[in-house]
Ligand binder design. Structure first.
Ligand code: AGP
Length: 616
């Protein structure tokens, strides 16, 4: 939800202000309602904060301007949960004595009762946030005679909810204390010199590749170039593995593109080629588990859910069993008294931190003996801890709030599992399976060709839609997943109310919206639904609808019926058609991107959104 960043150093040749500002900017995708920085010098806290995006705040106050002799700074970028996105609610928050400052990502669920108890003891609150109770609780513990670390440890015992937090204290200028429970936190280090903490690795990637990934119920004391980890359950020191991150810095930055969203769409072919290399052994483990399961569910949120809809369709075809897709937020209520032992649940999440997905899995595990197969893009993310087996998609860091390359790598991963299932079951002739495999292997190239040659046709469509605030994306069969994902992208970044819907079902109500010139995008790969889709196109055309179609290169019929078509350069046959959500979706992502630009919107920072939703 929010992003936190911290740095502590013993180096004189570092501009700490710039380091902290650049670090927090790289986390702005996690929320951009407000931003703040605290530095520490001559036994005083220096807090600068304001509401708005970092760039806007910088015009008013220079967040990077911090005292010269400061060797420690914390920063925060906020996605408001408790309290409006105002300056006063911006982090960092401090205690009554202004000695302790805290930045926090997560939600303190029992903050109302804590706040009441603190107020009764005379503590004055400046904000409406849940976070502000933390510095006050630490203040009390220190007044009781505990040292800084003990005070943080004892405070954490009083909190329920989720947190990744970083704390500093004017009397301890050589330490930052951080702790994690259910919200991501990573530590970067240049040994002997500088230590960083952040909500995500790209925040410090240009500065160091060495990092530790914190787990739940861990606390760390950061000093310049060193770090000590403590297990909060046992209160014992722990050794953690120092990892080397091999992502390119370029991958985590815009690399010449105007927006991360565009860069990430163009990274799809490479991301997919990397994902193709996922260990076959791991794919086979997933395939075997699914093959022997009786009840299979797939659960996720947002784009990951639409990737799951596409993936379950492909897997069901090869597996010969129905997989039920349930939005993670509805998982408990849907399966309240029907979840069976030995069920298999596939959880799909780019971040691995979406709270509703994690909760669905936790609930299922607490109720029944189930197996959890997770597909995520983030190594060591929270979801992986509740999983029996994990596949990490190889999309690399995705900074744009809109999921693009991660959608395709998710569907691809599910399709790769489906191919392994087909091989296990020998569901079709071996030579047939090989053809499916070859078609799947060609999908990155198809996308690359499309992105190279079709941007103008996308821009044409965007221009024809300029005045349209609402329209439909209609499809049948597997393409309903594509339509829904396209609708989500257009809503999210272009702020248009575009509904992805079943073309057949649209006759049962939505068609009444159609008037002369009302736009409808039809997703029309030449699969088994194509003939019937022709009928649907005719129905909407007859009522004056403006028909825009997404078709394969040599399409004849639906493109003839259309006012304008976008052609996907792929052969039209069953081996390719089943993977059409992969090859057709980039066109809709680009459409959403250019529509956002046309309407003067920043596609990387959609209104009211956060990359990772860690609240229910
Ligand atoms: C996608 O563009 C959205 N930003 C959003 O729907 C996202 O896919 C959803 O919040 C799920 O996130 P996850 O994959 O990290 O769990």
């Amino acid at each position: 939800m929010c992003g936190i960043f911290g740095v502590i150093t013993n180096q004189d040749n570092i501009s700490l202000g710039n380091v902290v500002l650049e670090g927090i900017k790289r986390l702005e995708y996690r929320g951009y309602d407000s931003c703040g920085v605290v530095s520490l010098s001559n036994s005083k806290l220096y807090i600068k904060k304001d509401s708005g995006k970092i760039e806007e705040i910088q015009k008013r106050i220079d967040l990077a301007e911090i005292p010269n002799n400061s060797k420690l700074a914390l920063a925060h970028t906020r996605w408001a949960t408790h309290g409006k996105p105002t300056r006063i609610n911006s982090h960092p928050h401090s205690d009554c004595s202004n000695k302790i400052a805290v930045v926090h990502n997560g939600i303190i669920e029992n903050f109302i009762e804590l706040r009441k108890a603190l107020s009764e003891r005379g503590h004055i609150f400046k904000s409406d946030t849940d976070t502000e109770v933390i510095p006050h609780l630490i203040e009390i513990k220190m007044k009781e005679g505990l040292d800084f670390k003990e005070s943080v440890v004892e405070t954490l015992k009083l909190l329920t909810g989720a947190y990744a937090l970083a704390v500093c204290h004017v009397d301890y200028p050589d330490s930052i204390i951080v702790a994690r429970k259910e919200s991501p936190l990573v530590i970067g280090i240049i040994e002997g010199k500088t230590t960083y903490c952040a909500s995500d690795i790209p925040a410090f990637l240009p500065l160091t590749r060495k990092c530790y990934i914190m787990d739940d119920d861990e606390l760390a004391i950061l000093k310049a170039g060193e770090v000590e980890f403590i297990n909060l359950k046992t209160n014992e020191k722990i050794e953690k593995e120092l990892k080397t991150i091999d992502w390119s810095i370029d991958a985590a930055e815009k690399g010449g593109y105007e927006h991360f969203m565009l860069k990430e769409i163009y990274e799809e072919p490479t991301a997919m080629k990397r994902t193709m290399k996922i260990s076959k052994d791991l794919l086979r483990i997933f395939a075997n588990i699914l093959w022997s399961a009786e009840n299979i569910y797939i659960t996720a949120a947002g784009t990951s859910f639409y990737a799951s809809l596409a993936g379950k369709f492909i897997i069901s075809r090869f597996l010969g069993k129905y997989i039920q897709a349930i939005e993670c937020s509805e998982f408990q209520t849907q399966l309240f008294n029907s979840l069976k032992n030995e069920s298999v649940i596939i959880a799909v999440s780019q971040s691995g931190e979406t709270i509703d997905t994690i909760e669905a899995i936790r609930w299922a595990k607490s109720k029944r003996n189930v197996k959890i197969l997770t597909i995520t893009n983030v190594v060591g993310s929270s979801l992986t801890r509740y999983s029996d087996h994990v596949i990490v998609t190889q999309a690399g860091p995705e900074i744009g709030v809109a999921a693009t390359k991660t959608y395709n790598t998710q569907v691809l991963t599910l399709a790769l599992i489906a191919i392994e299932i087909a091989k296990l079951r020998k569901i079709e002739l071996e030579s047939e399976i090989e053809k499916y495999e070859k078609a799947l292997e060609e999908t990155p190239q198809i996308i690359e060709n499309f992105l190279k040659n079709n941007v103008d046709s996308i821009k044409d469509v965007v221009n024809t839609l300029e005045k349209s605030v609402n329209f439909f994306i209609l499809a049948r069969g597997i393409s309903i997943a594509t339509a829904k994902e396209g609708g989500l992208k257009l809503k999210e970044v272009a702020c248009r109310f575009i509904e992805g819907y079943s073309a057949a079902h649209a006759k049962h109500g939505p068609i009444s919206l159609v008037r002369e010139g009302f736009p409808i995008i039809f997703i029309a790969p030449p699969d088994e639904t194509y003939q019937r889709l022709i009928g649907n196109v005719m129905e909407f055309k007859a009522r004056g609808g403006k028909i825009i179609s997404l078709v394969v290169e040599n399409d004849k019929y639906i493109s003839d019926l259309s006012n304008i078509s976008i052609r996907i350069p792929q052969p039209g046959n069953k081996y390719y058609n089943i993977f059409s959500p992969i090859t057709f979706t980039p066109a809709l992502q680009l459409l959403a991107y250019y529509a956002a630009l046309l309407h003067g919107l920043d596609p990387d920072k959609p209104l009211n959104l956060s990359k990772t939703v860690t609240v229910h």
